[in-house]
Ligand binder design. Structure first.
Ligand code: SF4
Length: 387
């Protein structure tokens, strides 16, 4: 049986964070309820095309899925189980944000089969959280974390962001120490990206920030922060398995690995992306359009355009620039098997250039980034675009 990952998007948050460009925002409770109903209708309508697939991973992301009530969470997962063949051992992750987690919701998650919780902390420093426009403090995060543990969740991810305005190497080290002391199974540590269209872009889009706005760390501090992340987490038993993701042995996020390894995934909900058998499509991004299509007597397709078939060249590019994000790298044998051409034949010059510079290495089976290569991964990965 073929395998599938399922992503379900919940585009609601209590308030918009100042750096966020995700498809998310606050909404009144009746709109959230309409969305849950629309989402279930979409899954019911679309499921027919996945009859030959078994769902191995599910990710309920957002947004803030924990703004849903326990009853809404129950309904979404019940619909998923009714519509799809789900592996009894499936990894089922739900993203949650401090300030929206309750005992009742966590119980609903446990009963619905959620196996993994991903908590958005971002920083352990209340000053930095305020600058980011987060709705919670460190203490509120702690409370939510303990509720998750008390509810029996052993697999918890904590999301962190580094290179924040006003952040120093010391304050980042403190964030890591406070987080690791709680012993989550998984830590994601991304660097802040100033995205166009966000309030942060107005402040930091053209510089490091001045006046009343705390400055972004300079290059030297950023470098120091990266070193601390790598060394400190390794010293506490977290293996870096992807450029920004660290896990205790066996606690790697299977759903995200599926993306990096270009497995099949179906996305449901506003703006969700799908890629099945090398055909990619996206859902509509306007909430009103999505709701009204699903509320018709016969629901309409909520795809924004026709599926796009990836060319062989695009598949090879993705295999390299997604696969190399993982520290185990890309298997040369698998590349040959998928494309009928060796990696050396397609990428010989690029491989040679970065091997000679000490940024890539070959371990007899896989090509992977070296430690130095990870530090300049954007530069290396860009070279794998063939066009
Ligand atoms: S909670 Fe997450 S999705 Fe929501 S606004 Fe903040 S960063 Fe964006």
């Amino acid at each position: 049986m073929k395998t599938l990952g399922v992503y379900i998007h919940i585009p609601f948050c209590l308030r918009k964070c100042l750096y966020c460009d995700f498809l998310s925002g606050p909404a009144p409770l009746p709109v959230i309820e309409r969305y849950v109903q629309a989402l279930c209708r979409e899954m019911e309508t679309e499921a027919v095309q996945y009859k030959e697939y078994q769902v191995r991973t599910v990710f309920l992301g957002g947004g803030t899925p924990s703004v849903l009530s326990g009853e809404q969470i129950r309904r979404i997962f019940a619909c998923l189980q009714d519509c799809f063949q789900t592996d009894p051992e499936a990894e089922i992750t739900m993203e949650m944000n401090p300030g929206t987690v309750t005992k009742e919701k966590l119980e609903a998650c446990r009963r619905a089969g959620v196996t993994r919780v991903s908590l958005g902390l971002q920083s352990g420093d209340n000053g930095e959280l305020k600058i980011l426009g987060r709705v919670h403090t460190w203490e509120e995060f702690l409370q939510s974390y303990r509720l998750c543990r008390d509810a029996g969740f052993a697999q918890i991810n904590v999301d962190l962001i580094s290179a924040l305005p006003g952040q120093t190497a010391d304050s980042w080290q403190t964030t890591l120490e406070k987080t690791v002391a709680l012993e989550p199974a998984h830590i994601s540590a991304y660097s802040l990206i100033i995205e166009e269209g966000t309030p942060f872009y107005k402040i930091y889009g053209k510089g490091r920030g001045t006046g009343m706005f705390a400055a972004l760390p300079d290059e030297e501090t950023e470098g120091r922060i990266d070193q601390i992340t790598k060394q400190f987490l390794a010293s506490r038993g977290y293996r870096r398995y992807e450029i920004s993701n660290y896990a205790k042995p066996g606690a790697e996020c299977r759903h995200n690995c599926l993306y990096w390894m270009r497995g099949n995934y179906a996305g449901f909900g506003l703006g969700a992306a799908s890629m099945v058998e090398n055909r990619r499509w996206f859902n509509l991004t306007k909430l009103d359009d999505y709701l009204s299509l699903q509320e018709r007597e016969t629901p309409g397709s909520c795809r924004a355009g026709e599926p796009y078939s990836l060319s062989l060249q695009e598949q090879m590019e993705e295999t390299m620039f997604l696969g190399l994000r993982m520290t185990e790298g890309v298997s040369c044998q698998k590349f040959l098997h998928c494309f009928g051409r060796s990696m050396e034949e397609v990428y010989g010059k690029v491989l040679e250039k970065h091997r000679a510079a000490g940024l890539l290495e070959y371990n007899g089976q896989n090509v992977r980034l070296t430690d130095r290569g990870i530090d300049v991964s954007n530069y290396v990965l860009a070279d794998f675009l063939l066009s």
